[in-house]
Design a protein. Structure first.
Length: 143
């Protein structure tokens, strides 16, 4: 899954710009400038998606598109973590079995699967590989 969602960035009557995401209504923020609003939007989007994952709910699919919407991506570390959580949810494995396959204690597997716990990239890569996922990096011009 790509962790890029369409955002609406509109002037706020109180000043600055309001950022909302049609596919992630939990993510609402603002910024003094459009650039600041985009940065704040990426942070709000990541927080909202991590919150959804922490509640055990499935992440929304980015489907919104249209005039006036701009793409906003979550931070790479958040995307990796969300990818691990999603892949684990689809795997049918228990946390204990994931830990065994990773050669780690179950408490460490729980931390790997905690959306709010920082995990180093090599561990996330190994976990995704174990869960049958590849990581593809894409760099694009900022909008």
């Amino acid at each position: 899954m790509d962790y890029v969602f369409a955002a609406s960035i509109e002037p706020d009557p109180d000043g600055g710009f309001l950022v909302t995401f049609p596919d992630v209504p939990e993510a609402i923020t603002c910024g003094d400038t459009i650039a600041a609003a985009r940065i704040s939007g990426a942070e709000a989007l990541g927080l909202a998606l991590r919150g959804i994952a922490a509640m055990g709910r499935p992440l929304p699919m980015p489907t919104a598109a249209g005039k006036g919407l701009v793409p906003v991506a979550v931070a790479p570390d958040t995307a990796f973590k969300l990818a691990v959580v999603e892949a684990f949810g689809q795997s049918g494995l228990s946390k204990r079995e994931l830990a065994r396959r990773l050669g780690k204690a179950e408490t460490e597997a729980r931390r790997i699967l905690d959306p709010d716990h920082p995990t180093k990239l090599p561990i996330l890569q190994a976990t995704l590989a174990l869960l049958g996922k590849d990581i593809v990096i894409s760099v694009r011009d900022a909008a």
